[in-house]
Design a protein around this ligand. Structure first.
Ligand code: SAM
Length: 197
């Protein structure tokens, strides 16, 4: 399986700390391209089990390919907020030996312009980790009040120029829908008075 698309962070150290029982039951809440999962599986014996989650269908495709030759793997296409429910449904409540969360985006999500996360490569302004659910960033921007955009940029992005950026977004949106990542990047760039060194 090709895991070179994403370089797992702190691979050995994270898995060293996680896996203490080779027959244990472990969760990888953010499968991505499976770098951590494969390392966890390499430390488990025949009785060990690994349940993996990801909300991105592209990550789940990779997980399902791995599962074809890996009977110790359980794959759940879901947000990790459903983790407890999935564990309960599998009859493993109270038996979890460890959980790994490698939070954030994966390299393929950033590298593939059509996913709409990149400000280096132009693509449709989508930004959904699961493109089959919810609304794209284009739709989100088009349906939000300025105050909500400020709040998201400030609280989730820790962006100190949140007000300026939100005002610029709303101004452009009133002229035409913002549908491309390059357009949004230009709007943000123009709205920021100075760049961090
Ligand atoms: C940094 S990557 C994980 C990389 C992984 N450890 C590897 O070695 O390939 C983060 C992953 O978490 C997924 N993700 C982000 N938020 C999620 C959520 N709420 N529920 C499930 N998966 C989520 C993303 O789709 C992405 O694939």
């Amino acid at each position: 399986m090709n895991t070179k698309q994403h370089q797992p962070v702190l691979l050995q150290r994270a898995v060293d700390a996680l896996v203490t029982n080779e027959d244990g039951f472990y969760l990888d809440a953010t499968f991505g391209r499976g770098g951590h999962s494969q390392e966890i599986l390499s430390r488990l014996g025949e009785q060990g089990r690994l349940m993996v989650f990801d909300r991105d269908p592209a990550a789940i495709d990779v997980a399902m390919k791995l599962k074809a030759s890996e009977p110790r793997l359980l794959v759940v296409h879901s947000e990790f907020s459903a983790l407890q429910k999935s564990v309960e449904e599998s009859g493993k409540s109270g038996m979890v030996d460890g959980v790994l969360l490698d939070l954030g985006v994966s390299s393929p999500q950033l590298d593939q312009a059509e996913r709409g996360f990149s400000f280096q490569a132009d693509g449709p302004l989508d930004m959904r980790m699961n493109p089959e659910q919810g609304m794209s960033a284009t739709e989100w921007i088009a349906t939000r009040q300025e105050a909500e955009i400020v709040s998201v940029l400030f609280e989730f992005g820790e962006e100190r120029f949140a007000r300026r950026i939100a005002a610029a977004i709303v101004k452009r949106q009133q002229l035409e829908p913002i549908t491309r990542t390059a357009d949004l990047a230009e709007i943000v760039k123009a709205a920021i008075p100075r760049w961090e060194k």
